[in-house]
Design a protein around this ligand. Sequence first.
Ligand SMILES: [Zn+2]
Length: 305
Amino acid sequence: MSPASPHLRALVLGSAAGGGVPQWNCGCRVCRLAWSGTRVKPRTQAGIALSVDGENWLLLNASIDLRQQILATPALHPRGAGRHSPIGAIVLTNAEVDSAAGLLALRERQPLQIFGTQATLDAIGANRMFDVVDRAVAPRRVVRFGEQFEPLPGIKLELFAIPGKVPLWLEEGEVSTDEIGEGTVCVAVEAASRRLVYAPACAHVTDDLDARIANADALFFDGTLFADDELIVNGLGEKTGRRMGHSALSGPGGTLEALARHANVRRILIHINNSNPILIEGSPEEAKVKAAGWEIAFDGMEVAP
Ligand SMILES: [Zn+2]
């Protein structure tokens, strides 16, 4: 394919769950290996960039590591003299710190558009710190379910609901972790005759999500935990995956089982927590997910579905 012909490219800017790998204050098994640079690649917090022409890019989520990710990605560097950025739009799947705090790094009056559901934009709108990203220069655009939109010419997106929970910083009282609403959404991408689904957080696979995956050429999916109780077992926290709104990879009803039938879709795990042993190169857990046909995202990975 000549470089001039449009084709969908996805760059993995960050592949880790909240806190990255290693986490700044963690000495668990995976983080120790990452600190020492042995068998675990360090990873920044999850987000991908999409383009069909290699010149103009849109971001799915803006993690708190965004500035570092831009520095590490030549395609996202400014070109020419004066102010410029190849980044024209940002689509938020939720208002978690991990997904949205990176907006604060984009406050140099660069024209761009910020897309999200009403709930996500309301959550950000209620936090005045985000006003440093001037709405006159970087307008916020509400997207409704079932509505296809084109944040950049040639890249059509649709947001759709999946089970999840409200952002951690908005949790109050009893938290529903299986809520289908505007709080956590997935992105269906259609560009240059290719389809890609981005689902970095998912409590369980619905019929709708399953059908969209069946239609896709590539899938980025929630790889947070290998086992539902792995935070507790490793002494890292008190929550199960279910409580955090993430389906584990292994076990009955886990992701490997739930999505086994999509062997002809390129399936990539992203948003991988520092507790997850699939991050250890050569581990039995890594072998297990690879044998099930999955790839494990790393920072800098390029996918052309
Ligand atoms: Zn750790």
